[in-house]
Design a binder for this molecule. Structure first.
Ligand SMILES: Cc1cc2nc3c(=O)[nH]c(=O)nc-3n(C[C@H](O)[C@H](O)[C@H](O)COP(=O)(O)O)c2cc1C
Ligand code: SF4
Ligand code: SF4
Length: 247
């Protein structure tokens, strides 16, 4: 059983590569939105958590899922956290959250992927992104082998993640999102928002929540590049993993 969350597709790609052919993939955002927190794990099946790191911490919607999760039967439990640089102490934070639900996390793997954090700075594009994707595929094969061997590792670093989480909380406001004239009213941003924070009104997106998970799906995946986050993002690259087919 594999629980995943993604904003721009990196973690979805990882989840697809790691899942066996008959393994169930569960989107944690959909689970939160539908209030489904109890699962029966098939006998002898691993339990995986795959998601991106935010501020060296755990995405808000993943935290909301993990804090209410109930698992019946658990075997080997692992996490693969995707990042643009480093996962910091996010694994330790996840370990702590799951322990409180009586779920033992045995290993956390860091997976370097293209950076999607264009709200903060100019993210790489072109060959640098392609190179990252090629290396990620190689690293995923290695991680898959370690998962099959049920590799166990001591999970550290909660303190650093807690500092990151404080910064993340301050940054979750949706106030700076806006839309420019190139919006064609396709509604993809509202459809792709895992937090249900966007509503289409009069053919344009409106951010209806004060704070969101900050996954960047709306701004990175808008086909018209019509969403901005203040003025700084006008000239910045967007990023979408090819698994999402540009949507
Ligand atoms: C709000 C936000 C915060 C991020 N913080 C970090 C971070 O602390 N460390 C890091 O290496 N990457 C960070 N990233 C980059 C993403 O974790 C990385 O690109 C990830 O693979 C995106 O996964 P996804 O495509 O499944 O959404 C951040 C991205 C966002 C949107
Ligand atoms: S995805 Fe972009 S073009 Fe489509 S409605 Fe949203 S802002 Fe407009
Ligand atoms: S509003 Fe945008 S950044 Fe915030 S959760 Fe929704 S898609 Fe992600």
């Amino acid at each position: 059983m594999l629980f995943y969350f993604t904003g721009t597709g990196n973690s979805l790609l990882a989840a697809h590569r790691l899942a066996s052919s008959d393994e169930k993939l569960i989107n944690m955002a959909d689970a939160v939105n539908s209030g489904k927190f109890s699962y029966i794990v098939p006998e002898n099946e691993n339990v995986g958590f795959v998601f991106p790191v935010y501020f060296y911490s755990v995405p808000d919607i993943v935290e909301r899922f993990c804090r209410r999760l109930k698992l019946k039967n658990q075997n080997y439990v692992y996490a693969v956290i995707t990042c643009g640089g480093s996962i910091g102490g996010s694994g330790g934070l996840l370990w702590e959250m799951l322990s409180k639900r009586n779920i033992e996390l045995y290993n956390v793997f860091e997976l370097l992927m293209p950076d999607n954090a264009m709200l903060f700075y100019i993210i790489p594009n072109g060959s640098e992104v392609s190179e990252r994707l090629v290396n990620a595929e190689k690293n995923l094969s290695g991680i898959k082998n370690k998962i099959s061997a049920h590799e166990i590792k001591v999970i550290k670093g909660r303190a650093a993640a807690k500092i990151g989480r404080t910064a993340y909380r301050l940054f979750r406001s949706t106030k700076k999102f806006c839309v420019d004239n190139s919006c064609v009213g396709c509604g993809l941003c509202a459809k792709n928002c895992p937090d249900k924070a966007i509503e289409m009104k009069g053919g344009k997106p409106h951010w209806i929540k004060d704070a969101c998970t900050k996954c960047t799906a709306c701004i990175n995946r808008c086909p018209s590049k019509a969403i901005q986050y203040g003025k700084a993002t006008v000239k910045r690259n967007r990023y979408v993993n090819p698994i999402l087919g540009g949507k």
